[in-house]
Design a protein around this ligand. Sequence first.
Ligand SMILES: *Cc1c(COP(=O)(O)O)cnc(C)c1O
Length: 219
Amino acid sequence: MKHIIENYQNIKSLIPQHVELVAVSKTKPAEFIKLIYDEGHRVFGENRVQELIEKYKILPKDIRWHMIGHLQSKKVKHIAPFISLIHAVDSIKLIQTINKEAIKNNRTIDCLLQLHIAKEESKYGFKKQNIDDVLSQIKNLQLKNVRICGVMGMATFTSDLNQVRSEFKNLKQIYDLLKRDHLPEISIISMGMSGDYSLAIEEGSNMIRVGSSIFGIRN
Ligand SMILES: *Cc1c(COP(=O)(O)O)cnc(C)c1O
């Protein structure tokens, strides 16, 4: 457990100032979170709604919680009152639900569009070839209580770093096109995890989601 603070400080020292570190605390206890909270860290990522809510309840209220995993529409209501950023918006239905729940809570919820950049079919996210269509649909809906802040993607789970790099390049290109053609206000590219965050930063990431390199491997 004492390595957590060292790991955290090490990663902080390795990444540029403009890159936001999301400390991915899924499956890890609240006391682990508290260790780097006490070092001044405030941004934590979880991928399960139930676990996120339990941690939200017991931990300090100035933590900015990010939902990084696949989110079912029916569960949005549980996190809508407090969530700081939803990374994995992967359907029109989901963004409509987020908007509806945001209205109920009288707030605007920040979101990222998840793009499918990996080879594996199993990964969630919009496809590059559909993105123009998706954006015009979203625009037509005039969702006033969601703010699309950028994009998120996960590379293929592979040791082939050239493959990973080209997928990150691809996400950066999609981001650039989205910003140019649809959403000039976006600013976030969420890509990179424990195994590939330096590569992701080289390819333009400004938000990395790091779990095991801080908190240790998960069971
Ligand atoms: C678990 C998870 C991470 C962190 O993975 P590590 O390899 O432990 O850093 C990042 N992003 C998402 C979407 C995750 O589910």
